[in-house]
Design a protein around this ligand. Structure first.
Ligand code: ZN
Length: 395
């Protein structure tokens, strides 16, 4: 068998940043054989300028919303955003399918090898059958009125059954609640068996009025319920933050991906740590560009780092982002939090994401036997990631 040998200014392994004295060896198909020193590597070493890295993991996307690119105004707020998304229904399926295919192409070009994808319908099914990217499909349910729980669940279950037919090698599947303010207790109970021992996900504390709603029963969500003609009179505030109100409903999952966390507080993080000492494992997904797009705000990333949390990255959908590009997410974080190390950011984008999606047996690092995909981050003659950095797929 012949081997492929890769050398660059830097070799990021998924865990640590090695310098140009190391060579990544893979077989012809990209399965990692070893990392050895340049002096031992012999002939036929390909040398690249930039950082070689395992391919990226995008932990939060809604591929099915790709046709909404550039249609929803920026920097309004979550209520207006959600209302616009749920009322944009006038598209032909052909346009939707085309946008889905184009968005997947974009992710592949941008070095993304696996995606945690939210599904509210089966419009991405045909694309996913092609198995060009590994997906963890989260069949998302929502329904705030207890009276609609059964019909909403049955609809989601029918989508779940269809996604079950995808080849399991590249596709995993569970159900997921949309958010604390959109899923009734009755609906939670129906979906819980469908994330038992799996990874599930929830949009968490994306806006300041999410906590306000659970603490006091007031705030901007009342405007959303009235816009959507939902009678909220049954709801009794819990007197706790949103996250603390719903956390135990996720106890049966193996991993939980909390997405956005824009308004998470230190007490919430302590609560998760105290309540979930052994399992489930919590992962905190940052979608920086979507947060800026929707609400012009960013999560407390330094707090998440200080608290030693498992952080991962997501793009969210093209309804709330200009690109499906993990490197663009990294650049935005660097711009606003310049002290965060580039090694740490790349860990979030690779090994942490692979663990969250339970794909770290194959993806996320250059460990022997894995086939994680190889990307090159080109930095325009600078050693470090900059706003000009670009990414290309090497293998
Ligand atoms: Zn989302």
């Amino acid at each position: 068998m012949s081997y492929l040998k890769f050398n660059a200014d830097y070799l990021f392994t998924g865990h640590e940043m090695l310098d140009n004295n190391f060579v990544l060896i893979t077989d012809e198909t990209g399965v990692v054989v070893n990392i050895i020193s340049l002096s031992e590597a012999g002939e036929n070493v390909q040398t690249h300028k930039g950082i070689l890295s395992p391919a990226f993991i995008n932990c939060h996307c809604h591929l099915e919303l790709s046709h909404l690119k550039n249609l929803i105004p920026e920097k309004t707020d979550l209520v207006d955003f959600v209302f616009k998304v749920v009322t944009q229904r006038h598209f032909d399926e052909e346009i939707i399918f085309e946008a889905i295919a184009k968005a997947e192409d974009e992710m592949i070009k941008n070095g993304i090898i696996a995606v945690g994808d939210i599904c509210n319908n089966t419009q991405t099914f045909l694309q996913k059958q092609k198995q060009r990217i590994a997906y963890y499909n989260f069949i998302e349910t929502s329904g705030w009125l207890p009276a609609v729980a059964k019909t909403r669940f049955e609809k989601s279950k029918s989508f779940f059954d269809q996604f079950c037919q995808l080849p399991s090698a590249n596709n995993q599947l569970s159900m997921a609640p949309h958010a604390s303010y959109s899923v009734s207790d009755e609906l939670w109970q129906l979906i819980q068996p469908y994330f038992f021992q799996k990874t599930t996900t929830i949009h968490n504390q994306e806006t300041s009025f999410e906590d306000e709603f659970f603490l006091t029963g007031k705030g901007d969500f009342l405007r959303m319920y009235s816009l959507m003609n939902i009678d909220n009179s049954f709801f009794k505030p819990t007197g706790k933050s949103s996250l603390q109100s719903y956390l135990h409903k996720l106890d049966d999952a193996k991993n939980v991906l909390f997405v956005h966390n824009t308004f998470i507080k230190k007490e919430d993080i302590q609560f998760v740590k105290n309540e979930w000492k052994n399992n489930p494992s919590p992962f905190f997904c940052i979608c920086a560009n979507a947060n800026l797009y929707i609400e012009n705000s960013l999560p407390p990333i330094e707090l998440l780092i200080d608290q030693d949390l498992n952080i991962v990255l997501g793009t969210d959908s093209l309804a709330s982002n200009h690109s499906l590009n993990i490197l663009d997410e990294i650049k935005t974080i660097i711009k606003h939090f310049p002290k965060i190390s580039h090694t740490q950011l790349l860990q979030w984008a690779t090994i942490n994401g692979a663990k969250a999606l339970q794909m770290d047996n194959i993806l996320g690092s250059f460990a022997t036997g894995k086939k994680p995909g190889i990307i090159l981050i080109e930095n325009n003659d600078s050693e470090n990631l900059t706003q000009q950095s670009s990414v290309k797929r090497i293998l």
